[in-house]
Design a binder for this molecule. Structure first.
Ligand code: NAD
Length: 330
C-alpha cells in the first residue's frame, strides 16, 4: 500500500487532502502542531509535531513514499501583512527541515505547497490584471515576507531535486476556499470572512457588513475539491517546475460579497473601511496547468460558495446563535 504523509493535516487543505488520499486507498499519516478543528481526521495516524524542529521533521517523513508539505504559519491578508518576521522564520524552519528529512529518508515524491503570493507586486497593480503565468514570478518582488519565503522554498525544492534526486513538485495555489477552513479569529481569508459577516448580518438582522478598502480589488477563487484533485495530479505527473493551481475567473471583493449575499438570500449594505487589501488585482493563467495536467478546476464559484456558505452559516449559528438571533427576532 502507498504510504503518504500530509503536513499541515490539522489545517484546511491538509484535512481535505488526507480524506482524498484515503479515498484513493493510501495509508495516510497526518502531521500538525494542532489537531483538526472542525471534524475528525481520516488519517490512519495523526502525529502532533512541531516541524520547526529537525527531529520532528524526521519523525514526520519516516517510512513514507510520498510527502505533501502543506504545513505553514499562515492566514489571510490581515495575518500575512502583519507578522513578517514570524512567518519568514517559522516557515523557513518548517520547510528546510521537512525537505532535508525527506531527502535523507529517500522518499519517492515530495509536493510543496507554494502560493500565488510569490508573484511580483509590479504585475498586480490594476483591477483588470493580466493573468499571471508561472514565468512572471521573476524578476522577483513579492509583496510580503510570506511570498518571499514561498519563492525561496520553491528554489530549495528545485535544488534538492538537482543535487539529491528528490522528486519535488511545486504547486502555486490561488485563493483556495471551502468548508472546514478557518472562518474567524484573524487568519481567515476573504471568502470565509465574507461568508461569516453575511451570516452574522442575516442572523442578527443588521444588513451592514464591513469590507476592507474600496472592495474593487480583484482575485480568482478555487474550490477545495478541485484543489486536492490538482495536487494529486501534479504530484503524480513528471512536471517539476512550479505550476499554478486556481480558477481563472476574475471577480472583485464587492462582487464576491454580492454573490454570497444572493446565496444567503439576505440583501446586505457594504461599509468600506480601512484595512489590508493586498495587491490590486490577481488572476491565474491556466494555460500551463491545462497543458501539463490535461485538466483544470471544474467547480463553479457559485457552487463552491453555496457549499461554503451553508457550512459557515451553521458554524456561526452554533457558535453565536443565542446572542445574534435575538435582534433578528425583533
Ligand atoms: P492552514 O493554516 O489551514 O493549515 C496550515 C497548517 O500548518 C495549520 O494547521 C498549522 O497548525 C500547521 N502548522 C503551522 N506551523 C506548524 C509547525 N511548526 N509544525 C507543524 N504544523 C504547523 O492553511 P491552508 O489554507 O490549509 O494552507 C495549506 C498550505 O497551502 C500552506 O502552506 C499555505 O501557505 C498554502 N497556500 C494556501 C492557500 C489558500 O488559499 N488556502 C493559498 C496559497 C498557498
Amino acid at each position: 500500500m502507498d504510504r503518504a504523509v500530509v503536513t499541515g493535516a490539522g489545517g484546511f487543505i491538509g484535512h481535505h487532502l488526507v480524506s482524498y488520499l484515503k479515498r484513493k486507498g493510501y495509508w495516510v499519516r497526518g502531521v500538525d502542531c494542532k489537531g483538526p478543528e472542525y471534524g475528525a481526521t481520516d488519517a490512519d495516524e495523526f502525529l502532533l509535531l512541531d516541524l520547526r524542529e529537525a527531529d520532528a521533521a524526521r519523525k514526520a517523513v519516516a517510512g513514507m513514499n510520498e510527502v505533501y508539505a502543506l504545513a505553514a504559519d499562515m492566514g489571510g491578508m490581515g495575518f500575512i501583512s502583519k507578522y513578517h518576521a514570524r512567518i519568514l522564520t517559522n516557515n523557513s524552519l518548517i520547510n528546510i527541515h521537512t525537505l532535508s528529512a525527506a531527502a535523507d529518508a529517500r522518499v519517492g515524491r515530495y509536493l510543496y505547497a507554494s502560493s500565488a503570493c510569490v508573484y511580483p507586486e509590479y504585475r498586480q497593480t490594476e483591477i483588470e490584471v493580466t493573468p499571471l503565468r508561472e514565468e512572471d514570478a521573476y524578476p522577483a518582488q513579492p509583496q510580503d515576507a510570506y511570498g518571499w519565503e514561498k519563492l525561496v522554498t520553491e528554489r530549495l525544492c528545485t535544488h534538492y531535486r538537482e543535487e539529491y534526486g528528490l522528486a519535488t513538485r511545486i504547486v502555486r495555489f490561488h485563493n483556495i476556499f471551502g468548508p472546514l477552513g478557518t472562518w474567524e479569529g484573524g487568519r481567515e481569508k476573504a471568502p470565509a470572512a465574507l461568508c461569516r459577516k453575511i451570516a452574522v448580518a442575516k442572523l442578527s438582522g443588521n444588513p451592514e457588513i464591513e469590507i476592507w478598502g474600496d472592495g474593487e480589488q480583484t482575485r480568482s477563487f478555487c474550490y477545495i475539491d478541485d484543489c486536492v484533485e490538482g495536487i494529486f495530479r501534479l504530484a503524480h505527473s513528471d512536471y517539476c517546475e512550479p505550476l499554478n493551481l486556481g480558477q481563472d475567473r476574475l471577480i472583485s471583493i464587492n462582487q464576491l460579497a454580492d454573490l454570497i449575499s444572493r446565496i444567503a438570500g439576505y440583501p446586505i449594505t457594504k461599509k468600506h473601511v480601512p484595512g489590508p487589501q493586498g495587491v490590486r488585482g490577481r488572476n491565474s493563467d491556466n494555460s500551463r496547468l491545462r497543458r501539463v495536467l490535461n485538466w483544470e478546476p471544474q467547480i463553479s464559484l457559485e457552487e463552491g460558495l453555496a457549499r461554503t456558505y451553508r457550512w459557515i452559516e451553521e458554524q456561526v449559528r452554533q457558535t453565536y446563535g443565542a446572542q445574534i438571533s435575538q435582534p433578528a427576532a425583533k
